[in-house]
Ligand binder design. Structure first.
Ligand SMILES: Cc1ncc(COP(=O)(O)O)c(C=O)c1O
Length: 374
């Protein structure tokens, strides 16, 4: 059997990784400023993460959600305290798109309505409801076009109210900071206004923190820069540092009922231990502070490079906009300078999503390489 080829691939075969360094099969070393689409939060193969996962695998790796698994409650408790979201309950699942599917389903269950409002350039995943609210027609099949969805420009409260007034909206969903769409974000005025309007028109406010969460913006969640309280928050990527897992944080005012949501794999023993290790490392190593410190340094250095026309994002979720398309630059960064970076829908943007414990020295390596190439 051959693979169903859906991914354009770089000719690199990683076989080993540690911290922000990746080695390929020829033992060539790379600096990882992309973390495999923002997944690596506490660094590749962090010793504590490896130790905890290995120990758990030697005990029990999986049993279903039909029996007690106290690790799930430990994870929920830890996530509540580290993120300052103790008044939320946690539903565990397996991927970002699944977290958003469940969030939307809860919103529809709770309100009895079905229309969703999302925003231009948004990305919320590739499955049924998630892809229908994603602003990218190319990845929607005919079967994905039946959900009632309204896609609005960011930061237009007037248009948002006009859409909500119709009374059929179950949820407004917004990324804390847009990811692949190009690092645009709502203003504090917009987030606060959106929160008010959702209350007024009885729609739930869902913040998709799948990429912007878990410390990446310098706050645990990017929405926390705006002092709002969403009804639902979705998380994935950095949550498991590479172990596939995701979560839906549901405000405690929304009541669960048995059978309302479910999954076979979600919240399994290994996932919980991966999630716990990530949170302990974030806390013990003060990674939120590191994100802010390194980000400030990074932005100062990048501002000295004339070819960079615009810097977007927060913390270690940064978009560098150039005059021209960056495809060639990214190839040179990989093949000549051995540095992984990311792209965006905006072809002129280089996306930087390194592990949260990246060092100043590693940033210097990138800055030197970038200066050389531009
Ligand atoms: C903001 C956002 N939401 C949802 C998703 C979907 O996550 P997954 O690929 O784990 O389904 C992504 C993935 O890139 C994302 O960036």
């Amino acid at each position: 059997m051959e693979l169903f080829e859906v991914y354009p691939l770089y000719d690199v075969t990683p076989v080993k990784a540690l911290g922000s360094t990746v080695w390929d099969k020829n033992n060539q070393q790379y600096l990882d400023l992309y973390g495999g689409h923002g997944v690596i939060s506490v660094g590749h193969s962090h010793p504590k993460y490896v130790e905890k996962l290995t120990a758990q695998l030697n005990k029990i790796g999986f049993y279903s959600n039909a029996v007690q698994n106290p690790l799930q409650q430990q994870l929920a408790g830890k996530l509540g305290s580290v993120s300052n979201c103790e008044d939320y309950n946690l539903f565990l699942c397996n991927s970002g798109t699944e977290a958003n599917e469940n969030a939307l389903k809860v919103a529809s269950f709770v309100t009895g309505k079905s229309r969703v409002i999302s925003f231009e350039n948004s990305f919320h995943g590739r499955t049924s409801a998630s892809v229908s609210i994603t602003d990218n027609k190319k990845i929607q099949a005919t079967i994905n076009r039946f959900n009632p969805v309204t896609i609005l420009p960011l930061n237009e409260l007037f248009l948002l109210e006009k859409a909500l007034e119709k009374g059929d909206v179950c949820a407004v969903i917004i990324e804390g900071i847009q990811g692949v769409g190009g690092l645009d974000e709502g203003t504090t005025k917009f987030f606060k206004g959106m929160e008010q309007l959702c209350w007024k028109y009885e729609a739930l406010l869902i913040v998709d923190e799948i990429q912007s969460g878990y410390g990446r913006s310098g706050a645990f969640f990017a929405y926390q820069h705006h002092q709002i309280k969403p009804d639902i928050v979705t998380v994935a990527k950095g949550m498991g540092n590479g172990y596939p897992m995701a979560g839906v944080l549901i405000h405690e005012t929304i009541k669960a009922s048995l059978g309302m949501l479910g999954t076979t794999f979600g919240g399994n023993h290994l996932a919980c231990v991966a999630g716990l290790a990530v949170l302990e490392i974030i806390e013990e190593e003060g990674l939120l502070k590191n994100v802010t410190d390194v980000s400030n340094y990074f932005v100062r250095q990048v501002k000295t490079i004339d070819a960079v026309k615009n810097i977007k994002g927060k913390g270690l979720m940064i978009g560098l906009e150039f005059e021209n398309e960056v495809g060639d630059l990214r190839r040179k960064l990989i093949y000549e300078e051995h540095i992984f970076t990311g792209g965006a829908t905006n072809k002129k943007m280089l996306r930087i999503l390194p592990p949260l414990n990246i060092t100043f020295n590693e940033i210097d390596v990138f800055i030197t390489a970038l200066k050389k190439l531009v």
